[in-house]
Ligand binder design. Structure first.
Ligand code: GLA
Length: 732
């Protein structure tokens, strides 16, 4: 890994063993893109890539000969000076001008990676990464810009973000401040996004990129289940095992945009960052604005390799503290078993039975506080309901601990019900627009987390309950989108700042609670997977993946999630059948076979299953305890897509390739077909492995594949839906 500055040609080359990222100062003095791809030799001057044509292109001034931004690739383009594509940023000056131009002034190259200010971001030591900061200035506007690039030694990854500083005497407005732009030199790409809604999150969708643009966005105040802030741009034909692709993942949990734009001169422009719609940042003189970070990864070995890069990077350089690379406790959550209708006795019945099965932690879900007996009341009053918890959280936690289990509970700190003491005391603390009714979502308002005093107050209440009892885990929920976004505390000129200030408030509360309780495992949740993003993983290393706990639907949801996020982050539980969301009944084996490829836990009352099922649950827990390190932190490969066939398959392989765990799922049986083969991946070609009592070479399993006949029942020949197998493969 290195970052070279060629002072004569004014070019930068960031490289490691896998990738090269080259850029240079253009004839106009701004920063232009030269190359991003597989590692290439370093060279003093690559300015031959700059396009210079005569008329009819518009040129900025005669000295630049015939250089036009429109015909060249930019690093962080502006609008209004010979580039007609979508701009990465826009500044509105007091005189109303929205034209700006940043000229390179200086740079700094250093080992390691600097922290972002109040924002989640990847981190690295001096041996693990190098950073280049390019300092630019708009001399007319008197605004400076820092473009920051970090290259990691071991990963095909560049992270980027930008910082604007207002050095002029007046306040200015940033009306757009994206995190990064990548201009690619051709247009032979497909776009892959991960879309959905509640209970069907992160479903991959591929479309051809062609003239014009394709984009996804969120304007809900959360990253959203509708569009995930992670996209892939790939060559046609690229699949999980071969081909070139670039991923862009935003380390941010609020409104975002991701876009690919093809112009008519062969350039493809990729952009990602905070959604400029509903964003205007009043940048007061002397102040700075920092964009979130975007993690740009590249592969020429297919999408499994791209996903593995994100999995490892996020496990090693985003997740922090005690839970970094730590296998997750097997928990039981009472939500689907009781909803809000419980008391201490009922909870202890569920917990005791779970303990008997080997479960390690009990999680008390929604309904423990104040008048919270349905979703009309209580949010905002983080004080125990004495009818349900007569000796408070402390009493219950102690009893659960006495059973030999850890204890955790559910919160939804960003919300308030109109029927709550907090709202009665502070109606002005909710997001609402003057003179208009505020919309309710699940009978609740959104607290104005852009205000420090609101965050302080919630922090005080939560800290008290968390301090008073021995807590090992917190599930942090967020159950509605933001509407009528307006803060009573801010001026008219500052209302465009509320969405971003809100999420900064969320991050600050997370950071304070994490610092106070470094041992606690946080799991984020937002009506299931409505805020499953890299930003959240910095604070909460796992996320409840979806409220849809049906094993068959979960195969799709977890498969789609795996493109951008590690198995260790995917909250997955075994729940009761018929499933509450779909009415389907998959066996307890299949339900566990899906949940193994996640954080694993139970969300049902184990008192209500048959003795035979209970015996299976005990075995499942033994299996998970034995294998969770491999399942959660091994190298994960998608093998067969549930979006293409009625079957799905995946495998995790240990780093030393001596052990692997393979999952196969028949979602819908197909009668009168040959069983076929499934080709495994990631094994060592020359190692002899044992699988289902027989021996196979790695190359045999990966090239010829395992015949599905070998699985006791593949569901195709017997006409059974929802059968599945999880098999351990070990060096013989
Ligand atoms: C959301 C979560 C669920 C559960 C409920 C509680 O829907 O996704 O898991 O915690 O809230 O109200």
């Amino acid at each position: 890994m290195n970052i070279i500055w060629h002072s004569k040609s004014k070019q930068y080359h960031l490289y490691n063993d896998k990738i090269s990222y080259i850029m240079g100062v253009t004839p106009l003095g701004d920063l232009g893109s030269i190359y991003f791809g597989k590692r290439i030799h370093d060279k003093e001057d690559m300015s031959y890539v700059v396009n210079r044509f005569g008329l009819p292109n518009i040129v900025v001034d005669p000295d630049t000969e015939s250089y036009s931004m429109e015909l060249n690739r930019q690093e962080y383009p502006s609008f209004g000076i010979t580039d007609f594509g979508t701009q990465a940023y826009e500044i509105e000056l007091v005189n109303g001008s929205r034209v700006s131009s940043f000229i390179c002034k200086d740079h700094k190259i250093f080992k390691g990676k600097a922290k972002l200010n109040g924002l989640p971001a990847t981190y690295a030591t001096e041996d693990e990464a190098m950073t280049l900061e390019v300092y630019l200035e708009d001399e007319v506007a008197k605004v400076s810009l820092t473009l920051s690039y970090t290259i990691f030694d071991k990963y095909s990854v560049i992270t980027r973000h930008a910082v604007f500083t207002n050095n002029c005497t007046a306040d200015i407005k940033l009306t757009r401040a994206l995190s990064a732009c990548i201009d690619l030199p051709d247009q032979d790409y497909e776009w892959m996004q991960f879309s959905g809604a509640w209970a069907r999150e992160r479903i991959p969708e591929v479309k051809k990129i062609s003239a014009g643009s394709v984009s996804i966005e969120s304007k809900r105040g959360v990253s959203s289940a509708n569009q995930n802030p992670f996209v892939i741009v790939k060559r046609p034909g690229t699949d999980d095992f071969m081909g070139e692709a670039i991923g862009m993942s935003l380390v941010y949990s609020g409104n975002f945009i991701a876009q690919a734009e093809c112009d008519t001169f062969g350039r493809t422009r990729l952009l990602m960052g905070i959604n400029p719609d509903r964003f205007t940042w009043l940048l007061k003189k002397g102040n700075s604005f920092e964009t979130p970070e975007v993690v740009i990864a590249r592969t020429d070995e297919g999408l499994n390799a791209l996903s593995q890069t994100y999995h490892e990077l996020y496990n090693n350089h985003l997740v922090r503290g005690k839970w970094k690379n730590t296998p997750r406790p097997i928990l039981i959550n009472n939500w689907e078993a009781t909803f809000m209708d419980f008391d201490e006795e009922r909870i202890l019945q569920i917990a005791s039975k779970a303990k008997e099965a080997g479960v390690e932690m009990f999680v008390l879900d929604d309904g423990w506080f104040r008048e919270r007996n349905d979703d009309y009341a209580g949010l905002g009053d983080w004080i125990e309901n004495p009818k349900k918890l007569p000796q408070g959280m402390l009493g219950l936690a102690r009893k659960v601990n006495a059973l030999g289990m850890k204890f955790g509970f559910w919160i939804e700190p960003e919300m308030v019900n109109p029927d709550s003491n907090l709202f009665r005391r502070h109606p002005e603390w909710v997001l609402s627009t003057p003179g208009r009714k505020a919309s309710l979502g699940r009978h609740q308002y959104v607290l104005d987390f852009s205000r420090e005093e609101v965050v302080d107050c919630v922090y005080g209440m939560l800290k008290k309950v968390m301090t008073n009892a021995p807590i090992s885990y917190i599930k942090w929920d967020m159950n509605r989108s933001l509407t009528e976004v307006f803060s009573m505390e801010l001026s008219a000129d500052e209302q465009g700042m509320v969405y971003h200030k809100y999420i900064m408030g969320v991050y600050s509360l997370y950071e304070r609670l994490r610092n106070d309780f470094p041992e606690i495992l946080f799991e984020s949740c937002s009506s299931g997977g409505n805020r499953f993003d890299a930003g959240m993983l910095y604070y909460a290393p796992q996320a409840w993946c979806s409220d849809n706990t049906d094993a068959i639907d979960r195969i799709r949801i977890q498969y789609g999630t795996s493109y951008g996020y590690p198995v260790s982050s995917i909250g997955a539980h075994v729940s009761a059948v018929p499933n509450l969301q779909t009415g389907r009944s998959a066996s307890i084996t299949t339900r566990a076979n899906v949940a193994y490829f996640g954080t694993f836990g139970y969300e049902l009352d184990l008192n209500h299953i048959t003795d035979e099922e209970f015996e299976q649950v005990k075995k499942q827990i033994v299996f998970m305890k034995e294998n969770r390190e491999l399942l959660q932190f091994g190298t994960f490969y998608r093998l067969r897509s549930p979006f293409e066939k009625d079957q799905a398959s995946w495998i995790v392989v240990s780093k030393d390739k001596k052990k692997a765990i393979f999952g196969f799922y028949c979602m819908r049986s197909n009668v009168n077909q040959l069983p076929g083969f499934i080709r495994l991946a990631g094994l060592d070609e020359n190692t002899e492995y044992e699988l289902l009592g027989e021996k196979y070479y790695g190359d045999e399993l990966m090239n010829m594949g395992i015949t599905l006949k070998k699985l006791k029942d593949d569901g195709m020949t017997t006409g059974q839906d929802f059968v599945s197998y999880v098999e351990v493969i070990k060096e013989a």
